[in-house]
Design a protein around this ligand. Structure first.
Ligand code: MG
Length: 393
């Protein structure tokens, strides 16, 4: 269940994301709403931003009937309402979405373009707040450039920009009023949903839009969204610590590098790669995604003797799925033996390969404990790790 803000708990709001267009202006085989943006499809960004908002109880996407496979790849794993097929025009598609909700109507609906992936919580908040007072709410931004009417390639006149604003989405509505307007004006090709409310004589309140909430129409827009998104990532740090016991004759693998010439090896449920375990925990920590034991319980026999690179790859994929990116890792191995120096370059190269990082972003260090404690007596090896990960704000 999504979290609900107390002040919004009495208003049941559904986000209806319209993603059924073919995007003729974008070109290419893949519709723009399924184009990759910072490692995930444009539509997935939209869906996640609404699904995670505490004031939104559910998300439904209106898709093109031919896009089932792309939709499943983009959003199939998210807890959304099942998608519905749209119609020939945007207005028809919104009506399809509204009708699909009509049996159990929400009080509010936010209609959003599937090609606006940078909608943010503050904008959704403003639209929801506006709906406490009004039946229709439009986010919009003032026009700052001079406006010209052009005929052919000549200016035919200047247009006063006073009072003009650029309409964005999500546009918010009392569900019953919007559905009634869509049914009444079906087939009239009005430009957007607030235009239907205007036609129905229902006042539309304006709240501030957001400059970053751009609509992706061209490849240049996608590049701009990419740059904006990169600027929105924030650095998060995770740390990990692990210990495994040394025993004679056991296999020794440290940071994914087998060390077959050592007389002692590490024992544990998996391959006991203590360095990879600490590093996996550091990555999970940066993501706030629990620890290695919660993802790979030692009680499950399938992880017996497991190659610990699997655990690291899992953490890397979780970060990528969250729209994040690993920036840097630093691992310290704590032991009297083996000597790490001769293997350090191989370990750095191995980690860089596993994490898809340049080697300069991977640090492997070693220390002893001056023959003190269990590591000093050679009973075990300890490892600690710190990971820095850029994650969506
Ligand atoms: Mg371990």
């Amino acid at each position: 269940m999504p979290r609900r803000c107390p002040e919004e708990a009495f208003l049941h709001a559904i986000a209806l994301i319209v993603a059924s267009g073919r995007g003729q202006r974008f070109g290419g085989a893949l519709p723009k709403q399924y184009q990759p943006l910072a490692g995930r499809p444009v539509l997935r960004h939209c869906a996640l931003r609404f699904a995670r908002h505490p004031g939104i109880a559910g998300v439904r996407v209106v898709i093109h009937p031919e896009d089932q496979v792309d939709y499943q790849a983009a959003c199939g794993d998210l807890a959304l309402l099942p998608p519905v097929a749209g119609g020939a025009t945007r207005q028809e598609s919104v009506l399809c979405g509204l009708e699909s909700l009509a049996d159990q109507p929400p009080e509010l609906v936010l209609v959003h373009d599937g090609a606006r992936p940078l909608v943010d919580d503050g904008l959704i908040d403003r639209v929801l707040a506006g709906l406490a007072e009004h039946a229709a709410v439009l986010p919009a931004l003032p026009v700052t450039d001079s406006l010209k009417r052009v005929e052919g390639d000549l200016v035919a006149g200047s247009v006063a920009r006073e009072g003009l604003q650029r309409a964005q989405t999500p546009q918010g509505f009392r569900f019953a009023e919007l559905l009634a307007a869509h049914r009444r004006f079906a087939g009239q090709a009005l430009t957007d949903d607030t235009a239907l409310m205007e036609a129905a004589g229902i006042p539309v309140a304006v709240v501030a839009g957001a400059e970053a909430n751009l609509k992706i129409t061209t490849a240049e827009d996608l590049a701009r969204a990419q740059a904006l998104l990169a600027g929105q990532l924030i650095p998060c740090t995770g740390q990990g610590f692990d210990v495994h016991r040394l025993e004679p004759g056991a296999r020794l693998v440290l940071l994914g590098v087998p060390l077959p010439d050592e007389p002692f090896g590490l024992v544990g449920h998996s391959d006991a790669d203590v360095g990879l375990h600490a590093l996996t925990d550091a990555l999970l920590g940066a993501l706030g995604a629990g620890d290695i034991g919660s993802h790979f319980p030692p009680s499950e026999p399938q992880w017996r003797g497991a190659d610990s690179t699997l655990f690291l790859e899992h953490a890397r994929q979780l970060i990528e799925a969250a729209g994040g990116r690993i920036l840097h890792v630093d691992v310290t191995l704590i032991c009297e033996r083996p000597k790490i120096g001769p293997h350090r370059a191989a370990m750095v190269a191995r980690l860089a390969g596993l994490l898809r990082l340049p080697e300069r972003r991977v640090s492997v260090k070693a220390t002893t404990t001056e023959r003190l404690g269990f590591t000093g007596r050679g009973e075990g090896i300890a490892a600690q790790a710190v990971a820095t990960v850029a994650l969506p704000a």
